[in-house]
Ligand binder design. Structure first.
Ligand SMILES: NC(=O)c1ccc[n+]([C@@H]2O[C@H](COP(=O)([O-])OP(=O)(O)OC[C@H]3O[C@@H](n4cnc5c(N)ncnc54)[C@H](O)[C@@H]3O)[C@@H](O)[C@H]2O)c1
Ligand SMILES: O=P(O)(O)OC[C@H](O)CO
Length: 336
């Protein structure tokens, strides 16, 4: 009899816990790593994650530890679910202890500030592994719905399709349906930029701009994501898939989205400080909007919605002024 697949999940936040549950439901032996021992202890003793999902009973084949060496030992898949901007520092500490041959899996949807690297690039650099050993899971996967075992599809991306298929099998459950894709660049960009567009739509919703504005922002947001993707060598078809349109629609239409909610509060008139104060979880677009814009400038790509979000979130531009500027840009053909 073959042994169960072993997975280590670094991060006991919203998505780390939810994806750990998916892996466990799919039959893997799962160890979650959390930096706070009391959270790991609570998961082991109460079978819940009291900080994030107090009402969800976690499967018996999922346990937790605050010891990264214990979590990493023997893992076929080492899954990373921490805020994007903390990845480099954390992974540098964990890298020497990772299981030989393990596949590193990014659940993160951000672009590193300063370097403008995608998370899989940071992982390759810091862990010293080839792109064939790094996979990405992305798509319309709001954690709160996943822990309720509500149906969702997802994408498992890796340059090596055989690795993607192994991970696909390891996380396929009756409620979680992963597809494979070898376009890692497109999948990661889709996940990171949808957070920025989610902020824009949230701001528009908070301002009460209506559903036409929402449809317009989603569509033009997808257009600017695709432009950036093309400039970076992504397959444009990826953006009409789950990692692009799918995630964009889920994020922009759900009150469960932290990015949408963050934007909504700003659009309602809260200050940035007030909005940060009421946001308990990671809204990646808040930091990554600046690295996405930086990336766009490096590639000579026009991203007006991203630029608008940076203006509102980081430069104190009033949303109404930003709206007027966006609407009065020079007229142009829809496709160019
Ligand atoms: N929540 C979702 O629905 C969802 C779905 C798909 C992808 N994601 C992505 O997953 C990633 C993680 O998001 P999340 O929702 O789990 O966030 P979260 O805020 O719920 O949890 C983040 C976890 O990281 C830990 N953490 C925070 N700072 C840290 C640091 N400096 N060092 C080590 N650990 C630290 C926190 O304690 C927490 O356990 C993000 O990139 C997000 O975009 C989230
Ligand atoms: O809550 P958000 O805005 O980080 O979105 C969560 C997921 O990325 C949706 O797929």
């Amino acid at each position: 009899m073959t042994r169960p697949v072993k997975a280590a999940v670094f991060g006991t936040g919203s998505w780390g816990t939810a994806f750990g549950m998916v892996l466990a439901d799919a039959g893997c032996d799962v160890t979650l790593w959390g930096r706070r021992p009391e959270v790991a202890d609570a998961i082991n003793t109460t079978r819940t994650n009291p900080d994030y999902f107090p009402d969800v009973t976690l499967p018996a084949n999922l346990r937790a530890t605050s010891d990264p060496v214990e979590a990493a030992a023997g893992a076929d898949f080492t899954v990373l679910a921490i805020p994007s901007q903390t990845l480099r520092g954390n992974l540098a500490a964990w890298a020497p202890r990772l299981a030989p041959g393990t596949v590193l899996v990014s659940l993160m949807k951000g672009i590193e500030l300063g370097t403008c690297e995608r998370m899989s690039e940071v992982i390759q650099e810091v862990a010293g592994v080839s792109a064939d050993r790094v996979a990405v899971v992305t798509g319309p996967n709001l954690a709160k719905e996943i822990v309720a075992r509500m149906p969702a599809a997802s994408v498992v991306a890796c340059r090596d399709e055989a690795v993607a298929r192994r991970l696909q099998a390891a996380c396929h459950t009756p409620y979680f349906r992963p597809y494979t894709n070898t376009d890692v660049v497109g999948c990661e960009l889709g996940g990171a930029v949808k957070n920025v567009i989610g902020l824009a739509v949230g701001i528009a919703d908070g301002m009460g701009l209506g559903d036409n504005a929402k449809g317009s922002l989603i569509t033009r947001g997808l257009a600017e994501t695709t432009r950036l993707g093309l400039a970076m060598g992504a397959d444009p078809l990826t953006f009409s898939g789950l990692a692009g349109l799918g995630d964009l629609v889920a994020t922009c239409s759900s009150s469960l989205s932290r990015n949408h909610t963050f934007g909504f509060n700003l659009g309602k008139g809260m200050t940035l400080e007030e909005t940060i104060a009421v946001t308990r979880q990671t809204a990646e677009g808040v930091k990554s909007c600046r690295s996405v814009l930086d990336l766009a400038r490096r590639h000579g790509v026009d991203m007006p919605i991203t630029e608008t979000v940076v203006g509102i979130v980081h430069e104190g531009k009033p949303p109404m002024v930003a709206l007027k500027e966006l609407m009065s840009r020079s007229a142009k053909p829809e496709r160019r």
